[in-house]
Every structure is written in structure tokens, then in C-alpha cells.
Design a protein around this ligand. Structure first.
Ligand code: ADP
Ligand code: MG
Length: 248
């Protein structure tokens, strides 16, 4: 199959969003190919979270279009629930259910949202917990794990839905420094497996390793984008340069 004709994993077309008077996303056009790894960076408040939350329907938008694997995302109904199943998301704050064990956290959505049998959900959970190298903690509760372990469970939990695209919103920002690497290593392994990823992060070393493309946002705009070398070593825009000076 020619990659040129493959349906893009994600397309944002002239996406606009307002919070009241505040114009938070301004004519965002972004296309992510299947298997592509895109890193999104930019100053705090530039709209990065809002943009990626639009991709799986966590956020509504004022105008424009979001397509996931060629299907337009609706604000409700079957199209929205399909998009939610195709797009997994990992948050800064893990968001695991504290009253459920690691295994139960991973089994919940496949059983309740995909109608998977408990036996199959358990098998999937074991498989992905093994992939994030945390299978030995399956019977524990989130509160008994370190932040890095909890984030790896959150990644496994998202993978249990067999998503086609994974979104990460600053997945290492809430972690103690010594735990950042274990989570980034997990994400590198996922990238090596060919997962389509959109990741908001300021981990520039990781971005250089994994990204096919880096997108820089400021004040609700995609200011510039390019391969990591182009964007990090030869940014065109003054705003990009100023931002990179602070994080590199
Ligand atoms: P980033 O992830 O780049 O830090 P966000 O997407 O979280 O930025 O937010 C972009 C802007 O939108 C910020 O100025 C933020 O204050 C504003 N914002 C986010 N959520 C809301 C909300 N629910 N109501 C009003 N303004 C919001
Ligand atoms: Mg954010």
C-alpha cells in the first residue's frame, strides 16, 4: 500500500475554539499520517491541551473539522464514541481509578465500552501491563505505586482499548526527575512499534529521538513546524527562538 494514499490518522481543518470572548484555537490546520509521531510544544497557555483534547472529543470546538482516520468527529453519538475508542489519551495527572487495582483499571473500559468479555479483557490487560513492564504490580492499587509506575499503568490502560492513535498531554511533567526516563522509555518502545502519536511535551531530547515532526504553538496558533533538527536548530520565527532558549 502506498503511504501517499493512506488515510491520515488525524486531520484538523481550520479548527477554531473560543472560551467566551477568548479565542483559544485559531485556524489550526494539522494533519498526522498513520504511524507518524508528532511532538507539540509551546508556552503555557498556548492551547496545546485544548487542541489535543479536541482530537478525541474531550473538548468541543466552535468551528472547523476534526477527522480521525477519515471519519468526521461529532460532538455526540456513535461517531464520538468510535473516535474515543480509536484515540487513547494519557494525561499529566495519570487519572487512574484509585479504588480499582491496576488490573481492574486496565479491564474497565474494554469491558464497559467495547463489550469485551472479562476473560479477554484480563488477557489484554496482562499483555499491555507486561509491555510497559509492570505486570508484577497488577494486583496493587494506584496509591501503592510510584508516579512513574502509575503513568506506565495509564499507558497500558489506554492501550487496552487497542487505539489507532495515542495522545499524550505532558505525560512526564508531574513526575519526579528520576521517574521521567522510565515513562519516556515506554513511549519510545511504543513509537518503535509504529504507534501514531501526538505528544505535548517539553522533553526536547525525547522529541529529537522520536519525532517525525515538531509543532510549535503560541497564542492559539501553529507558529511553525518541521522535523526536530529544522525546528530546534534552525527555527524561523522569533517566537519559536525565544521559547527554545528557555527550554533547551
Ligand atoms: P496549554 O496546554 O498550552 O498550556 P491550554 O490549552 O490548557 O494551554 O489553555 C489555553 C488557554 O485557554 C489558556 O489561556 C487557558 O487559560 C484557557 N482556558 C483553558 N481552559 C479554559 C476554560 N475551561 N475556560 C476558559 N479558559 C480556558
Ligand atoms: Mg496543557
Amino acid at each position: 500500500m502506498s503511504p501517499i494514499t493512506a488515510t491520515p490518522a488525524v486531520q484538523l481543518r481550520r479548527l477554531n475554539k473560543h472560551y467566551g470572548e477568548f479565542h483559544v484555537l485559531k485556524d489550526i490546520d494539522l494533519e498526522v499520517a498513520q504511524g507518524e509521531r508528532v511532538i507539540v510544544c509551546g508556552p503555557s497557555g498556548s492551547g496545546k491541551s485544548t487542541m489535543i483534547r479536541c482530537v478525541n472529543g474531550l473538548e468541543s470546538y466552535t468551528d472547523g473539522e476534526v477527522l480521525v482516520l477519515g471519519h468526521a468527529l461529532a460532538h455526540e453519538g456513535a461517531a464520538l464514541s468510535r473516535a474515543r475508542q480509536e484515540v487513547g489519551m494519557v494525561f499529566q495527572s495519570f487519572n487512574l481509578f484509585p479504588h480499582l487495582t491496576v488490573l481492574e483499571n486496565c479491564m474497565l473500559a474494554p469491558v464497559h465500552c467495547q463489550g469485551v468479555s472479562r476473560a479477554e479483557a484480563r488477557e489484554r490487560a496482562s499483555h499491555y501491563l507486561d509491555r510497559v513492564r509492570i505486570a508484577n504490580q497488577a494486583g496493587k492499587y494506584p496509591g501503592q505505586l510510584s508516579g512513574g509506575q502509575q503513568q506506565r499503568v495509564a499507558i497500558a490502560r489506554a492501550l487496552c482499548m487497542r487505539p489507532k492513535v495515542m495522545l499524550f498531554d505532558e505525560p512526564t511533567s508531574a513526575l519526579d526527575p528520576e521517574m521521567v526516563k522510565e515513562v519516556l522509555d515506554t513511549m519510545l518502545a511504543l513509537a518503535a512499534d509504529g504507534m501514531t502519536m501526538i505528544c505535548v511535551t517539553h522533553e526536547m531530547g525525547f522529541a529529537r529521538q522520536v519525532a517525525d515532526r515538531v509543532v510549535f504553538m503560541d497564542e492559539g496558533l501553529v507558529v511553525e513546524q518541521g522535523c526536530p533538527r529544522q525546528l530546534f536548530d534552525a527555527p524561523v520565527h522569533e517566537r519559536t527562538r525565544r521559547f527554545l532558549e528557555q527550554v533547551l
